[in-house]
Ligand binder design. Sequence first.
Ligand SMILES: *[C@@H]1O[C@H](CO)[C@@H](O)[C@H](O)[C@H]1NC(C)=O
Length: 472
Amino acid sequence: MGHFLFNFILFIFLLSWTSPLAHSRNTPHNAKTTLLNVVSSIQKTYQVLNFNPNLKQQQKGSSVFSSSSSSHFSMQLHSRASIHQPSHADYKSLTLSRLDLDSVRVNSILTQLDPNFNPEKLSGPIISGTSQGSGEYFSRIGIGEPPSQAYVVLDTGSDISWVQCAPCADCYRQADPIFEPASSASYTPITCKANQCKWLDQSQCHNGNCLYEVSYGDGSYTVGDFVTETVTIGATSVRNIAIGCGHNNEGLFVGAAGLLGLGGGPLSFPAQLNSTSFSYCLVDRDSDLVSTLEFDSPFSRDAVTASLKRNPEMNTFYFVGLVGISVGGVLLPIPETSFMVDSTESGGVIVDSGTAVTRLQSDVYSVVRDAFVRGTRDLPAANDMSLFDTCYDLSSRSSVEVPTVAFHFGEGKVLVLPAKNYLVPVDSVGTFCFAFAPTTSSLSIIGNIQQQGTRVSFDLVNSVIGFSPNSC
Ligand SMILES: *[C@@H]1O[C@H](CO)[C@@H](O)[C@H](O)[C@H]1NC(C)=O
């Protein structure tokens, strides 16, 4: 009997010793609950509708930018809420529009990566009077010599950077004046023979010069001249960056002058800068706080690291080595294969700056959701809303303890999410929903609601992604 007891204790000891859940000092991955500040989340829903452009951002010139050195570029990053007035009467209609746009985004990514994918349904027509455009995060760059300032949407899900260009055959509404090639000394057409033209997925030749076309799968597209220009980032100007000068642009980019492609392909902005790494920190989407997008900055020491993988067939997207998810301090029984790219090159998990709500395979989603629901039985339930099937009425609370949710990467690395990154307000009267959603695809996406307030770093040389909760 004593022998049995000894073996049993040894067994328990070994089990805890070999547990893959070794964690960093500051973030107890096994904390059962995390505090959600309900009042502060609801206050932000009012702020976003009371648009009040931040005066700091009205200044022009390099003084508004963070410091730059020759080895390191940095530029400001803004939420849409801080530069563009939402046209919604209340936070609920803003949420519904954001969730529809998010489905449009996910449909366009998953149809590129997964031929068997069934697109998500939308609750209404996407181009409507209240359409606010896609992309929640913007930076300001200078195009040309002298530089014309332009807000561009940050996008890790595509490679080609572009701005709307005069003369416009078709341009949507934007905040800044349309870029005028004739007023830039550095504007140079790319010839059809150049590599940059050959790397385009869709190109044409006109009088020996290269024309580009990018379609985003959601009905949005841009077509125009493919040119090299000087791009100014913060206080630094970089010559000969291939960008699209879009004369014919249609879509959901309302407010921005164009897009900054941060994907993994050879035409992406980091690739053209020859960057070894880049990172961004996404501020709360409803705040007017300013953060940064950085190139070649050192990795933060406290970063939770994960492997960065590429699919050679689809080098735009950044795949991350997610191996598990825990809820309430307990690692859930999800086979690691649910998160892996299989032998047919399908599945896997991508990190995307433009998708809002993290998508998980339906089976995986059910396991995560059910565990969360088990830990929140004492909270009053509310009706489903759009993508969200797990909602609560927190109108009578000022704060609540909710089960801790954490992403587990290989080698015992654990990213504990703040409660506001997975229990989000959907109106201004206290309805909150669990901000994960199922997908019929085998591919999962880690979205920007879950990335908020975290510096996400892509080490392109060593193939590592870092998540730093305290380095915005
Ligand atoms: C990147 O490297 C290529 C090839 O070495 C070079 O031609 C180009 O000027 C570099 N670009 C920058 C921005 O340093």
